[in-house]
Design a protein around this ligand. Structure first.
Ligand SMILES: [Zn+2]
Ligand SMILES: [Zn+2]
Length: 363
């Protein structure tokens, strides 16, 4: 089969690789019909060796497809079923899975991060490929509702696998509620998910901070009532205050979570408000300093974190089915799997008009 492989810094290639096989009784093999390139894949693209990636590692944690085969212990899905995969493997049985925190599962592993080998049965290879092995398929896969299982709805479903779930996780953990004001920092896919999710949760004023005119236009289309492109926190604060009756935001979704964005979050949040951190700048060494005094003085909470697997799939699928949510515009480009290296380049260069690239394996 064809699969995207990491070869070195700024060098990914689609090559012929061995077909995956059922290695454990709980495995399924999924034929991928649409896969996404994630902003976090760019960390591997830019510095994979630093995370232990060897040439030949296969990337990708966002994919949907059709079950090709299942192991003897799989009961929840069968060959031919249309499925969405959680971006990470989870057992569904441990304390953390039962508490809705599959991202802390004792058997957790992320697709496409093979260097962090799954200790429970072989490397979890990436989904930017024609086929992918899904361990613990009963708890990692989620069947698509019949009404959304057609090829014409794939663009609306793929973002749910990671970015839309991540944005929703931030809003949910921050308690976003109807009538509130929400500020979203960042105009990448997770930022756009924060904007679109805030509208679905009934927020009245939704402000998106970013620096790309094209993405801010998408933010407006997805629900933003104001966009701000300033880099000056005083200016940002003034604009947010003006738009929120002088009070500030109940919820700030920080899709960057670095020193600059956290300072902006404090400038925007109202007393008693909540900042949801969803970004990974800290993972890349840009750790924000916490403004403890402001947090104390104004009773600000900080929440968010790693998306808990497929926890929000049922809720989000229902919202897509009812027409309340359609994250398809977050995917700016769809190309073939064989063109995936171009997709990485487009996203890494932040080319005009590029937000997120989807890959379609041929046939
Ligand atoms: Zn992702
Ligand atoms: Zn678990």
């Amino acid at each position: 089969m064809r699969g995207l492989t990491f070869q070195g810094t700024h060098d990914v290639r689609v090559e012929d690789v061995p077909d995956p096989t059922i290695e454990h009784p709980g495995d399924a093999i999924v034929r991928v019909t649409l896969a996404g390139i994630c902003g976090s894949d760019l960390h591997i693209y830019n510095a994979g060796e630093a995370f232990g990636f060897a040439p030949g590692s296969r990337l990708g944690h966002e994919f949907i497809g059709t079950v090709e085969a299942v192991g003897p212990e799989v009961t929840g899905v069968a060959a031919g079923d249309r499925v969405m995969s959680s971006c990470s493997v989870a057992c569904g049985e441990c304390t953390w899975c039962r508490e809705g925190l599959a991202s802390s599962c004792v058997k957790w592993s992320l697709f496409g991060w093979a260097p962090r080998v799954w200790a429970h049965g072989g490397a979890v290879q990436g989904g930017q490929s024609e086929l992918v092995r899904v361990p613990l398929a009963d708890s990692t896969l989620h069947p698509m509702p019949e009404a959304l299982s057609g090829a014409d709805r794939e663009m609306s479903l793929l973002p749910l696998v990671d970015v839309m779930s991540t944005g929703w996780h931030g809003l949910t953990s921050a308690g976003a509620a109807p009538g509130q004001s929400v500020v979203v920092i960042g105009d990448g896919a997770v930022g756009l998910a924060g904007v679109h999710g805030a509208r679905a949760k009934g927020a009245e004023r939704i402000i998106c901070l970013g620096h790309h005119a094209d993405r801010l236009a998408t933010a407006t289309a997805l629900g933003a009532t104001l966009t701000i492109s300033s880099r000056d926190d005083d200016e940002i604060k003034e604009a947010v205050m003006e738009h929120t009756g002088g009070e500030g935001a109940h919820v700030v979704v920080d899709s960057i979570s670095g020193p600059g964005s956290m300072a902006s979050a404090h400038a925007c949040v109202r007393p008693g408000g909540t900042i949801a951190c969803l970004g990974m700048d800290h993972f890349m060494g840009k750790t924000p300093s916490v403004n403890w005094f402001d947090q104390f003085l104004r009773n600000i909470s900080v929440t968010g974190g790693l998306v808990p697997g497929k926890r929000y799939f049922p809720e989000l699928l229902a919202l897509v089915e009812s027409g309340t949510l359609d994250p398809a515009p977050m995917l700016s480009h769809t190309i073939t799997l064989d063109e995936a290296a171009d997709g990485y380049r487009l996203m890494a260069d932040r080319a005009e008009g590029v937000t997120k690239v989807a890959l379609r394996p041929a046939g």
